[in-house]
Design a protein around this ligand. Sequence first.
Ligand SMILES: *Cc1c(COP(=O)(O)O)cnc(C)c1O
Length: 383
Amino acid sequence: MTFIPYGRQHIDKQDIQIVIDVLQSDYLTQGPLVPKFEEKLKSFCQTKYAYVVCNATAALHLACLVLNVGKNDIVWTTPNTFVASANCALYCGAKIDFVDICPKTYNMSVEALENKLIKAAKNKKLPKVVIPVDFAGQSCNMRKIKELSDQYGFKIIEDASHAIGGKYLDQPIGNCQYSDITVFSFHPVKIITTGEGGALLTNHAHLAKKITLLRTHGVTRDVELIQNTNEGAWYYEQIDLGYNYRITDIQCALGISQLEKLANFVMKRHRIADRYHKLLQSFPIITPYQSNDSYSSFHLYPIQLHNSKNRRHVFNHLRQKNIGVNVHYIPVYLQPYYKKMGFKNNYCEEAEKYYSNAMSLPIYPDLTEEQQNFIVSTLTEII
Ligand SMILES: *Cc1c(COP(=O)(O)O)cnc(C)c1O
């Protein structure tokens, strides 16, 4: 068997042709395909504003910036995520803290969040922003998180890097009904890809304006924003300190083509997930729980083994057989960089318990039944 990765892109002839077409056109970047991809994302997610950028890490950074996260602020996220969900707060000079996960969904626990908020309110250390992450593609309990945000006055950045194409309460993830800003990633292991890429979605006009400004250097030609309106057509002004977080037309062409296939990708991921669920039922494995509120995009298929000594053994065995299992995630605060900030082991017990037994099985649209059977038989042989 050739190597089976834990996730990979699906690229077809249409994707290739559309990228070739851009290479032969006038604009490689900042041409017509950037706004076109944004229009398609908006209508797919039913959101007022969508902006595409060079990756989701940049999107998270911009999201924090436009919500005015700064030096004296506190941001909370989940430990069960990629480091980027926490790093974005540190880029802004803010403090970061972590809310433990729900042992069933592996998403941020709303009970733990509420308890932490009650304590933080007493100590006057409430967060300015909370960043829930839709782990593996399954939505967080966003309705409850939104309720708490109204009560305690924090803003919500939903890190939906795993979750484009998923639904929450029958609405597309990314429609921002329960968040100020939602972020997607278009990295090749995610649901759709632009090579590198990300997006921010929002329903707030004032945030939208700031996002467009900060993704290109804080420079604008908008007559409503500039001071000297009497200069010529060449004229622009820098009115804030922004970045070059732009994405190219080459990438957006691929994004547009991929978006057309998104529903099909997610359907295939569900088919694979359902099959894993059935095939693994009688084994000592915890398969991922699916909440009734949510239709997951199944970016990942995270299982738990019953003891952590076993995990290393099973992991190594599968890797030896060319099966690219992975582990999502090492709790972020256990990273040496975070430990230096003072985070200690056992800070979030549920996240650590989950981590110690977790393993992600390969899932992606082109995974064949034959490959899946091989993964399941190799796994069940050894446990
Ligand atoms: C992949 C990922 C990111 C970062 O995405 P990039 O597009 O690679 O910058 C952020 N958060 C989560 C949860 C992710 O999985």
